[in-house]
Design a binder for this molecule. Structure first.
Ligand code: HEM
Length: 483
């Protein structure tokens, strides 16, 4: 056989293979789309290819009107379950207590949490938010052991001392402070120092903030982009944490025979699990980073909104003040608060919950269908995303009478499960909600018992980037109370 004949055979063979591959691809695409056509997917608009309705979504988000400008008009048009396309993914937005219960409690069975590529790269693929099944259970167990009532009992005096030192440094001698900026500094210190035993050094908060700025940015790593700056900041944090973890490990290994596992703070528990071989060093690092982010902007926004609502509702403020004066009277001078004191702050917690109902720190979050899901008479195809929202129930008359009115007393009565969910629900319920509660109650106690205060800009707009925040940092006027 000549070279030419061989070449001709080869070309025939190649053409035939290409023909088969193309036919198979066409058949497969038709079969799939035919299969999808038989499924009744929820109503809604998918918008233009790939981009879908992402621009409308972002525009509404920037104005902090995601619910009013994006979700609500579509609910009016299509109902509580509707489809759209966001950031390249077909997505079904679901609203209502039943939907929240269905999707949040079926985590790992029908859906898994699904974060944008940039979030995963910056938080780390080994963080709890990316873990499923047993790996998730293992990490959650470690976090929960530090943040259950025994762990928190020990944390209360430490948090009190941290708040006192913070006020001495940043409030004392000032007539005006930026409440939101300072609570960010405080919650950052509480997480780093109280949970991880890490001293906050100058510039650290700024480095963490640079990472946060890239969490929802396009994952393009060119010089000058938000994402590449965030990646560099993430590397710095990794180096810093690696040193802290290795030092901690060395200390614990040297004491391990006499003193057993850790001293109770979260980092010690993570390092103890590392020593036992249950988790890796990368997992410790990624989870410290994740916990700092999960804790700090959310809690500071919840605190800021609690003060905003107190500023707007003087009657609620008087009731709350009475509660704290009573707690103060039950203590000796300079005696710190205890975990039991938190139970005496019932009204304060109602005020904070009502503030989080109206201003939830987290809008909702994305899940991904791991199988075709039958829901509400529709099929959500495998691979599609599902977005559950806090606003979908928080602002719904069906669950909260006169939903836009601020009424902490509504929490006198139990709320329908999965209707009030600033902390999410199901297996991924916020692992730190008890700590967030302590932070809020303790901080409110110190401010209202030590200072008279008023909002400087009561109608300050709320912006989102990527989480909500008061656009002017929430300036307040303060003056120390006379003893
Ligand atoms: C007011 C403050 C806070 C709010 C509103 C909040 C809200 C939330 C929400 C809505 C989720 C669920 C996300 C989802 O379903 O995808 C979540 C998860 C989580 N939160 Fe919080 N959070 C707060 C404070 C904290 C604090 C103080 C910590 C820890 C120190 C923390 C640690 C976590 C962790 C580790 C998860 C992931 C749980 C998992 O995947 O199993 N959060 N949070």
């Amino acid at each position: 056989m000549t070279v030419i004949t061989r070449l001709a055979d080869f070309l025939v063979y190649l053409s035939f293979s290409i023909f088969l591959a193309v036919s198979f691809a066409i058949f497969f695409t038709h079969y799939r789309s035919g299969k999808n056509k038989t499924k009744k997917v929820p109503p809604g608009q998918m918008g233009i290819p790939w981009i879908g309705e992402t621009i409308d979504f972002y525009k509404a988000q920037r104005k902090n009107r995601l619910f009013e400008d994006f979700v609500e008009p579509r609910i009016q048009k299509y109902g509580k379950t509707f489809k759209t396309r966001l950031m390249g993914s077909p997505t079904v937005v679901v609203n209502g207590a039943e939907a929240n219960k269905f999707f949040l409690s079926n985590e790992f069975k029908l859906v898994i949490s699904s974060w944008p590529t940039s979030s995963v790269q910056l938080m780390g693929k080994d963080s709890i938010m990316e873990k499923q099944g047993d790996a998730h259970r293992c990490l959650r167990g470690i976090v929960a052991a530090s943040l259950n009532s025994t762990g928190l009992d020990a944390l209360v005096p430490i948090i009190c001392k941290t708040v006192e030192a913070h006020m001495e440094k940043y409030w004392h001698g000032h007539e005006k402070v930026s409440l939101f900026h300072l609570t960010k500094v405080l919650t950052f210190t509480i997480v780093l120092k109280c949970l991880f035993g890490i001293e906050v050094k100058p510039g650290m908060l700024e480095t963490f903030e640079r990472v946060l700025e890239g969490v929802f940015a396009l994952p393009v790593n060119f010089p000058g982009s938000k994402f590449s700056s965030a990646k560099r900041a993430r590397e710095e944090i990794k180096e810093m944490l690696r040193d802290v973890i290795r030092k901690n490990r060395e200390e614990m290994e040297n004491q391990i025979e006499d003193e057993g596992e850790g001293e109770g703070i979260l980092l010690s528990r993570l390092v103890a699990a590392l020593i036992r071989g249950e988790i890796t060093e990368a997992e410790v690092i990624d989870n410290v980073v994740l916990l700092v982010f999960a804790a700090h902007d959310t809690t500071s926004f919840a605190i800021a909104m609690t003060f905003r609502m107190l500023g707007h509702h003087p009657n609620c403020y008087s009731t709350l003040l009475q509660e704290h004066d009573d707690v103060l009277r039950s203590k000796r001078p300079n005696e710190v608060l205890t975990y039991e004191d938190m139970n005496k702050m019932k009204y304060t917690w109602q005020v904070a919950r009502e503030s989080m109902r109206i201003f939830p720190p987290i809008f909702g979050s994305f899940r991904k269908a791991i199988d075709d899901i039958a829901y509400d008479g529709y099929t959500i195809p495998k691979g599609w995303k599902v977005l559950w929202t806090t606003y979908g129930t928080h602002y719904d008359e069906e669950y909260f009478h006169d939903p836009l009115a601020f009424n902490p007393g509504r929490f006198d009565e139990p709320v329908q499960p999965y209707a009030f969910l600033p902390f999410g629900g199901g297996p991924r319920l916020c692992a730190g909600y008890q700590l967030a509660k302590l932070n809020i109650l303790i901080f409110v106690h110190y401010v209202v018992t030590r200072y008279d205060w008023s909002l400087i800009s009561p109608e300050e707009p709320i912006t989102i980037d990527p989480l909500p925040f008061p656009s002017q940092g929430m300036p307040i006027k303060i003056s120390p109370k006379l003893a």
